[in-house]
Design a protein around this ligand. Structure first.
Ligand code: SF4
Length: 81
């Protein structure tokens, strides 16, 4: 796995990505869309969500950059399964 969907802080909680890709995106209590941690992502579905997002909050990120963004304690030298 090399790339993972990522949602930045521009998210306005519009639900579009969740409606398009419910297996990938969910909404949290902090008014943000979050990406579920999956072994694989449906690229076409995620690309549709990227296209539909009204504030360009979704992008593909390299796996290690994604882990770091979602877990500040993540160590770059740690092996990830
Ligand atoms: S489509 Fe964009 S703005 Fe709407 S919930 Fe998803 S990430 Fe947030």
């Amino acid at each position: 796995m090399s790339k993972i969907p990522f949602v930045n802080s521009n998210c306005i909680w519009c639900w579009a990505c969740v409606a398009i890709s419910p297996d990938v995106f969910d909404l949290n209590d902090e008014w943000m869309s979050i990406v579920k941690e999956l072994a694989n992502y449906d690229w076409l579905s995620v690309d549709d969500s990227i296209w539909a997002c009204p504030v360009d909050a979704i992008s593909w990120k390299e796996y290690f950059a994604w882990k770091r963004a979602n877990n500040p304690d993540f160590a770059w030298d740690k092996k990830v399964a």
